[in-house]
Design a protein around this ligand. Structure first.
Ligand code: TXA
Ligand code: MG
Length: 318
């Protein structure tokens, strides 16, 4: 029998409890107008790593960060005129904008998978916004289902998939839209639909800018694009056991203290390593080494996603 004790009815007390859980780094599932989200504090790499671990995803894809209002969104991303117009008209609502991260953005690099841009949205569900205000932190949240399973539109769906991995599930009934938000990019003064969803192309046309459709998630899912987006400038050598001249050395666990430039997790904790991965690669890349050498990472649990990312970075460049 499924244990449903983590499903909480909505009231002020339970919202406060969920907000506290989020602030403490735990996972909380909450309803939005599209689907139930699996939320974590977007500023904490470890909390974001919990999301990937819980969903059992074998790779890191960039997540949507949820905020309660435009003012808060502006702390994390830069709005151009087009973004400003769309935000005023379509938010709160089922649309996500991919915008440049501000300099010194406090969102974890894992949340945007090392990209210079961040996907952000203000959900229409008032309960979701109350939770976001009460929590006082930006919340990264993909749909609250196991990798490869159907997106959840009721609290019970979340409990069935992820009940043992969340601090609680706020029960907001059925989701009104029942389909994920539309993801758009706003570069080059045009609207590019990266993922179709709750807001249609027709809803976007009246703004008077060109509206284009990218191939399904092209920007993110194609490995070639992934490489050009966030591979380090130098090459990457995997399963390194020693450091060669001119190399930057990235280690995991103990045994390399004499030669390491950075350690993903001295304790050998894969979740901590995932949380540190993208910022570590960026830091080492800035040292302008010939090669970033990386020690072996155990290929289990979230280590599979870490190795997926490192393998892409190590793939020959075109
Ligand atoms: O309706 C929704 O959007 C739900 C609810 C919970 O808000 N969330 C959701 O999140 O579907 P997620 O993480 O499953 O979807 C993220 C989408 C993916 O298609 C991803 O490729 C795209 O947004 N994305 C995220 N960051 C991006 C970026 N920096 N550039 C391009 N695409 C990005
Ligand atoms: Mg999903």
């Amino acid at each position: 029998m499924t244990d449903n004790s983590m499903i909480l009815p909505i009231n002020q007390e339970n919202i406060a409890l969920a907000a506290r859980a989020l602030r403490s780094g735990a996972l909380v599932s909450f309803p939005t107008e599209t689907v139930y989200g699996l939320g974590a504090d977007a500023t904490k790499g470890n909390a974001v790593a919990n999301i990937f671990e819980a969903k059992g995803r074998p790779s890191f894809n960039p997540l949507i960060v949820h905020v309660p209002d435009i003012e808060t969104a502006k702390r994390y991303v830069t709005f151009n005129k087009l973004a400003e117009e769309l935000a005023v008209k379509l938010w709160p609502g089922p649309i996500t904008m991919v915008l440049p991260r501000v300099e010194d953005c406090s969102i974890s690099e894992l949340a945007s998978a090392g990209l210079p841009t961040l996907a952000i949205r203000i959900p229409a569900n008032p309960l979701a916004r109350t939770l976001l205000k009460e929590a006082g932190i930006p919340v990264a949240a993909p749909s609250a289902n196991l990798s490869g399973k159907i997106s959840p539109t009721e609290a019970q769906h979340v409990a069935d998939d992820l009940g043992d991995k969340v601090a609680c599930i706020l029960d907001g009934g059925s989701c009104a839209v029942g389909l994920e938000s539309t993801v758009i990019s706003l570069a080059d003064n045009k609207i590019t639909i990266l993922r179709p969803g709750g807001i249609s192309r027709e809803d976007l046309l009246p703004f008077g800018y060109p509206v284009e459709e990218a191939e399904a998630d092209a920007e993110i899912s194609s490995p070639g694009m992934l490489l050009s987006h966030y591979a380090p400038g130098c090459s990457v050598r995997l399963n390194a056991m020693q450091k060669n001249d001119g190399e930057a050395f990235l280690s995991f666990g103990s045994g390399f203290e004499e030669i390491e430039d950075l350690n993903l997790s001295a304790e050998g904790d894969l979740k901590e390593a995932a949380a540190n991965l993208f910022s570590a690669l960026h830091k080492l890349d800035k040292m302008k080494p010939t090669v970033i050498a990386v020690t072996p990472i155990p290929n289990e649990g979230i280590g599979i996603a870490i190795n997926d990312r490192l393998n892409r970075a190590a793939a020959p460049k075109e």
